[in-house]
Design a protein around this ligand. Structure first.
Ligand code: SAM
Length: 275
């Protein structure tokens, strides 16, 4: 499936959260400005690459969980630059008919996703901004996307390690807008870095680096993250440190954040929209 044609331009001098994350994960889709910014994050927070791996492991576990619960459609918003174990690979590996729409604000991430998805008529990628949920839903209403994602049936909405790039109330408004558009029986998957246990100096240094990107980030409290699940029922074990969410061998692979899951500094949860 073709992505929405994106007509803007990329400034390789401005670091991007998507490409910095790609660098943390050892990917190749980043520019010098991204690498330089990512190195500054690692200087302030040496665990950053480990946290990215642990987060990817959570994403894979959550997708497997949803497929086991009968979900065959995924809307992955803030999907990032494709890397090992993408949502469509995990889901379609379990059921080849699983469908995925990737959405990201970063055109490099979406262009690369579209290349990978060429020839796959059950997955597509679009450039869109979570802060504009009505536009995003409008894009999904396009015949090409409707062929992939049927919003009248349950969907797995993935907002994994991305909501901190949408500070304040706009994120809550956007998530509410998307949740309202989902059919009963849909699931919401979130991981989110939190302020709990983070020293202010480290947080300030990392935030300072992201200020130079197009999507400056902000940490939230546990209660603020929990609020995203309002109206949805959290499945066990609830909102927990990311490595603690239904751990399996995949967690061990991601080297876990060693013995202390709090070290990851990121909460994860999966909620279900009631019937
Ligand atoms: N979800 C993937 C994962 O967990 O591996 C990628 C996470 S990456 C840390 C955050 C992603 O969110 C980046 O690709 C970034 O471009 C995207 N992003 C940030 N703000 C966004 C927005 N307002 N709308 C859509 N995507 C956004």
């Amino acid at each position: 499936m073709d992505p929405v044609q994106w007509t803007g331009s990329i400034d390789p001098e401005v670091p991007s959260a998507a490409r910095m994350y790609d660098f943390f994960l050892g990917g190749m889709h980043n520019f010098e400005a991204d690498r330089e910014a990512a190195r500054r994050v690692i200087e302030a927070m040496p665990d950053a690459p480990m946290i990215a791996r642990v987060n990817r492991s959570f994403l894979r576990r959550a997708v497997r969980f949803l497929v086991a619960r009968g979900i065959r459609q995924f809307l992955d918003v803030g999907s990032g630059v494709p890397t090992v174990g993408n949502v469509h690979e995990v889901a379609q590996g379990l059921d080849r008919d699983a469908r995925v729409v990737y959405v990201d604000i970063d055109p490099v991430a979406v262009t690369h996703a579209a290349q990978i998805l060429a020839g796959n008529d059950r997955a597509t990628a679009v450039v869109a901004d979570l802060r504009e949920p009505a536009e995003l839903l409008n894009l999904l209403d396009h015949p090409q996307r409707r062929a992939v994602l049927d919003l009248s049936r349950p969907v797995g909405l993935l907002l994994v390690s991305m909501l901190h790039f949408v500070p304040g109330e706009p994120a809550h408004r956007a998530v509410t807008g998307l949740k309202d558009a989902l059919a009963p029986g849909s699931y919401l998957v979130i991981s989110h870095p939190v302020s709990e246990g983070v020293d202010a100096q480290t947080a300030g240094r990392v935030q300072g680096v992201y200020q130079r990107t197009a999507t400056p980030g902000a940490l939230r409290t546990r209660a603020e993250v929990e609020r995203f699940f309002d109206g949805f029922a959290l499945v066990p074990p609830g909102l927990v440190w990311t490595p603690q969410w239904q751990p399996d061998d995949d967690v061990a692979e991601a080297d876990l954040g060693a013995a202390d899951p709090r070290r990851v500094g990121m909460l994860a949860g999966v909620g279900r929209k009631p019937d």
